[in-house]
Design a protein around this ligand. Structure first.
Ligand code: CA
Length: 326
């Protein structure tokens, strides 16, 4: 069985140094916790260390993506060259190990036209499989008309955009998470709940504002078993649709035709079985979230599942091969 994972992160020490103090707020995610030192080493490796870790879990191919803090957070004149550099480094790893790595581009989202150009460069020159976008881009969600050039190009190139969570804007952090012990506030605002809620909202904004009416062939990928949307989808559909009168189809319809979900970081069976019932096996893709989650833990989760063999093949590699043309 071929095993492909899609939310597997990289950090370049050089690019990170250039991002400098603008990344301090995001960087604290990578430097917190007892395994931080090892995580940083793993994040920055695109060679033997990463491959050995994949081998231990039987992972054949990782789709690489640049972690936060990424060039996305910088204004355009700084973001463009740093995004190119980060993408060039990932492209070099793909070139060295074409059977083991593929990549999603990191983009200078502060300038959507420049982001479109960089997406096209990486797809055409390096065979990248799409791009990853972390959270709000420069204070905007992707439904903003500001991003039209980028969405147009992704559709034209027939590559998906992976919408990944990021820490909340300062105003949200202050309003929702003040009055708590700082470590607890931080974790509740990100992986403990907050950024999943935000990413679910981001996806719903994209759907409910008609982005997929404007770009019917555009595909997005979201991690963490669908950022809670599968659990709520029927309710969302019933409650939101009366207020989204311009949509051509239902919210659930777009979710079933323009969104794929991955298992990144969620290694218990109930959310997967729920997603299977709601979303179906054709749109669920196995992923780990390396090195924030462990490859071996992801593999152990797979081994315990009770799935029809045909669904198992789709989730472990078939859907990724089709969506990313691997
Ligand atoms: Ca991740």
């Amino acid at each position: 069985m071929r095993l492909i994972t899609l939310e597997e992160h990289y950090r370049s020490p050089q690019v990170d140094g250039e991002i400098g103090e603008a990344g301090d707020y995001f960087r604290s995610m990578n430097t917190a916790g007892e395994k931080a030192a090892q995580r940083l080493v793993n994040l920055s490796d695109l060679g033997e260390r990463r491959l050995a870790d994949m081998d231990r879990a039987g992972i054949d191919l990782q789709v690489l993506s640049y972690t936060e803090p990424s060039p996305e957070i910088l204004e355009s004149s700084r973001a463009v060259p740093l995004a190119q550099r980060a993408n060039d480094e990932m492209a070099e790893a793909v070139r060295r190990h074409p059977k083991r790595f593929a990549a999603f581009a990191t983009l200078p989202v502060a300038d959507p036209s420049a982001a479109a150009i960089e997406l096209e460069r990486t797809v055409k020159q390096f065979g990248f499989k799409g791009a990853m976008i972390n959270g709000m881009a420069q204070g905007r969600f992707l439904d903003d008309a500001f991003f039209t050039p980028l969405l147009e190009r992704a559709q034209a190139l027939d590559v998906p955009l992976y919408l990944h969570p990021a820490p909340p804007p300062e105003a949200v952090e202050k309003t929702y998470f003040s009055g708590l012990e700082p470590g607890l506030a931080r974790i509740l605002s990100i992986a403990g709940w907050g950024w999943h809620a935000e990413q679910g909202l981001h996806t719903l904004r994209v759907i409910a504002t008609g982005v997929f009416d404007r770009f019917p062939k555009l595909q997005i990928i979201i991690g963490h078993m669908g950022e809670m949307i599968p659990f709520f989808l029927a309710r969302i559909d019933a409650i939101v649709m009366p207020f989204a009168k311009d949509l051509k189809r239902s919210v659930a319809d777009y979710f079933h035709s323009n969104v794929h979900i991955t298992t990144s970081g969620l290694f218990t069976a109930p959310p997967l079985y729920l997603a299977l019932a709601v979303v179906g096996a054709d749109r669920i893709l196995f992923s780990v979230d390396y090195p924030y989650s462990s490859n071996e833990q992801g593999r152990a989760f797979l081994e315990k599942l009770s799935l029809a063999p045909v669904d198992f093949e789709k989730i472990t590699h078939g859907n990724a091969e089709r969506l990313l043309k691997l």
